[in-house]
Design a protein around this ligand. Structure first.
Ligand code: AMP
Ligand code: FE
Ligand code: FE
Ligand code: ZN
Length: 291
């Protein structure tokens, strides 16, 4: 494949309604085009169900689409997100791990909603499931949306700061693979593994550097440095680790439609880093404009 033009705008982390974004995959791709993004990765949490639609939209809007997944992981109770680019979606061990995470997400969400309902909050499991849609891995954003629909909060953000925070009595964790094991699975499936927003302390506790090092030893290629949830010191720490370990440095929006303030293209990845990701990812083909 020819090198990506040096002026290309590359955003490697977005979500659609296939997980907890608010736009369809086609709308995300169209919004990327409108925002001047040339290359977008669709990285829904623990699913690949948006890839086909993103492919068609990418062709229509001349946007290159990198198929990806944001794999939920857990290390000693700390949430870790692992971006997987170009993994083989049919790879059995990876698909099984993702299916297990989705199952755990669904049962934990039921418990959270039932706890809220039993304390008088106007939420209902069936309503939350119906609104999220069939086959969508459930997450706290879906509960946040239900609380917004019920008028308890004005925006997802407020629900996260209050009832849905990890410190809340309504919070329940879900089971997810260890990040080193998840890295091995992604790499074995031909994917390129990049840890997402590793030091975003505003989201909760973060893993020590040694976990990142172990993930690199397991084949992880890069680290998402430029992300709005990293403060200046966290970004500098991430950048130093990238240099020390010889990793790929990525930057992305983590766009969730109207579900978060994050705007497409607000952080980007250098085209030469994209080219290294495309060269290393062997499990799936690039979609959209280049598909
Ligand atoms: P969960 O994986 O179900 O525990 O939920 C975590 C998800 O919630 C992440 O994917 C984030 O995108 C989303 N999230 C975290 N904090 C916020 C926030 N303040 N506002 C909106 N969405 C958030
Ligand atoms: Fe999300
Ligand atoms: Fe994430
Ligand atoms: Zn994300």
């Amino acid at each position: 494949m020819a090198a990506t033009p040096t002026r290309a705008v590359v955003d490697l982390h977005t979500h659609s309604v296939c997980s907890d974004g608010t736009e369809t995959p086609a709308e995300v791709v169209r919004a990327a085009s409108t925002a001047g993004v040339d290359v977008v990765a669709l990285t829904d949490h623990d699913v690949v169900t948006g890839w086909a639609e993103a492919d068609a939209a990418g062709r229509e809007h001349s946007v290159l689409v990198v198929p990806g997944i944001e794999v939920s992981c857990s290390w000693q109770g700390i949430s870790v997100h692992l971006l997987a680019y170009l993994p083989d979606p049919e790879d059995r061990p990876l698909a099984a791990a993702l299916a297990a995470s989705r199952g755990s997400r669904d049962s934990r969400l039921r418990v959270m909603v039932e706890r809220l309902a039993s304390d008088g909050f106007p939420v209902d499991v069936d309503e939350v499931l119906a609104a999220a849609g069939h086959g969508v891995p459930l997450g706290r954003p879906h509960v946040a949306d239900a609380l917004v629909r019920a008028g308890v909060f004005a925006h997802r953000d407020e629900a996260f700061a209050d009832l849905l925070a990890p410190s809340s009595p309504y919070y329940v964790a879900h089971a997810a693979p260890d990040p080193v094991r998840a890295t091995e699975l992604v790499v074995a499936a031909g994917g390129v593994a990049v840890i997402a927003h590793p030091f975003a302390s505003s989201r909760g506790r973060v893993v020590p550097d040694r976990v990142v090092v172990e993930m690199v030893d397991a084949g992880m290629a890069g680290l998402e440095v430029d992300h709005r949830d990293h403060g200046p010191a966290e970004r500098e720490h991430a950048a130093q680790l990238v240099r020390r370990l010889g990793l790929l440095r990525t930057g992305s929006s983590d766009y969730h439609g109207t579900g978060k303030l994050n705007r497409l293209g607000e952080h980007t990845t250098a085209p030469d880093v994209l080219d290294q990701i495309l060269a290393r990812g062997t499990g799936a083909a690039v979609l959209g404009a280049a598909g």
